[in-house]
Design a protein around this ligand. Structure first.
Ligand code: GDP
Ligand code: MN
Length: 378
């Protein structure tokens, strides 16, 4: 039934990769890379990533294009990083630069004005030529005529694992949303108890997950919550960590239901294997919440991160488009992206710029409470 309704990959799961390469039909396709000699390092970075994750099995050819001549160093180095066929082509003046029918002085003056107006890339003549080439010519380039499909690559695309390692991150997400309250009515009492029992100082991320009524006592509804049945807490008295904890006292904090949506998740396994996480899981597990309530792994991961990690340990993959069931993250709509657009409008404050650079914008509790991070495309 499933196979009738779904694409093969959904019916059969991930297909194992045959070390000799995929046996199925292949597209008449190539990678297209427009680049300059000076971008060699970025090109190699992109090439390594695409080879390692895809093309070392597929061996789709590459076509490198340049408005100048690629030098021998560029050509030899690129060939070293792939066993796929590679071609290097020059873009001639029929496809690059000002055409005859435009007054070059007028065009240059137009570009100069955009530069003066601080329009992003506006004052850069080569960028205008690049955009025009990719708009109206690349598909007519002699080296591409034999292909039916192309996959455009650029220098400096990144491997998310290496990005996480380089930036010393522990946990990465692309969407954070609010949990359905009825699935986790008591989860926060235990997470909060864990944090206090182990006297964990907040490293800042905790703030993302809590609400605190200004000065006042916890909201009434939090107080009214029924404690989990005693039998559950005593299934294993030797390990019953809750003995000394007053579950009603959460220092006035309550859970705002925010959590990283864990169906997309890139994280260090050694964090989950750490003693701290193990203790956290065991305590949550002993409470019976996985049966007596319907705790999801997403709020569990998130509250553990809140208790154990700092905002700087987290990476928001704001530039990854991702969709699963009804919720999607469209990079163009993410709050942080909207913020990064502001520079084009020249309104960004120095403080905002710094936060964007430091990748902290997502973690401001106000932004998360207002929008969630990751939202429906509007
Ligand atoms: P951005 O992604 O909009 O910031 O623009 P990029 O600077 O990355 O340029 C887009 C693509 O065009 C990249 O693959 C660049 O290597 C390439 N590119 C941009 N300008 C030129 C140019 O003047 N000559 C050549 N050969 N490639 C260029
Ligand atoms: Mn680019």
């Amino acid at each position: 039934k499933i196979s009738e309704q779904h694409d093969k990959v959904f019916a059969t799961g991930c297909l194992p990769i045959d070390p000799d390469g995929p046996k199925g039909p292949r597209a008449n396709a190539a990678f297209v890379v427009l680049a300059r000699n000076k971008e060699l390092d970025g090109v190699i970075q992109s090439l390594k990533s695409i080879e390692r994750h895809f093309n070392r099995w597929w061996h789709y050819p590459y076509v490198f294009l340049n408005d100048g001549d690629f030098d021998d160093d560029f050509i030899d180095t690129v060939k070293n990083y792939t066993s796929a066929p590679v071609e290097f082509g020059k873009i001639d003046s029929s496809m690059w630069g000002f055409p005859d029918w435009v007054d070059h002085d007028v065009a240059k003056e137009g570009i100069r004005k955009q530069g003066d107006a601080a329009i992003m890339y506006g004052g850069m003549e080569s960028y205008h030529h690049m955009c025009r080439f990719y708009s109206g010519f690349f598909y007519k380039h002699p080296l591409l005529l034999k292909y039916e499909w192309y996959w455009r690559l650029e220098p400096e695309i990144n491997d998310p694992f290496m990005k996480m390692i380089e930036a010393n991150k522990t946990y990465g997400f692309t969407i954070a949303v609010k949990e359905l309250r009825e699935t986790v009515p008591n989860i926060f009492r235990y997470a909060s108890a864990y944090k206090r029992k182990n006297k964990l100082p907040s490293k800042g991320l905790w703030e993302m997950f809590i609400e605190r009524p200004e000065g006042g006592p916890p909201p009434q509804e939090e107080k009214k919550q029924e404690p989990l049945p005693e039998e559950i807490l005593q299934t294993d008295p030797a390990n019953n960590n809750l003995e000394d904890i007053d579950p009603e006292s959460m220092e006035g904090e309550s859970y705002n239901m925010c959590h990283f949506w864990s169906n997309f998740e890139i994280a260090r396994l050694d964090w989950f294997r750490s003693k701290e996480y193990e203790d956290f899981f065991n305590m949550m597990d002993r409470s019976g919440g996985f049966w007596m309530e319907r705790w999801g792994d997403a709020p569990i991961h998130s509250l553990a991160a809140g208790a154990l990690l700092a905002p700087s340990d987290i990476h928001y993959f704001r530039d990854f488009g991702y969709r699963h069931t009804t919720i999607q993250h469209c990079p163009a709509n993410a709050p942080a992206r909207q913020l990064t657009r502001i520079p084009y409008l020249e309104k960004t404050t120095e403080d905002e710029k710094k936060r964007i650079e430091e990748d902290e914008y997502w973690a401001t509790p106000d932004a998360v409470k207002e929008n969630g991070v990751g939202c429906r495309c509007r």
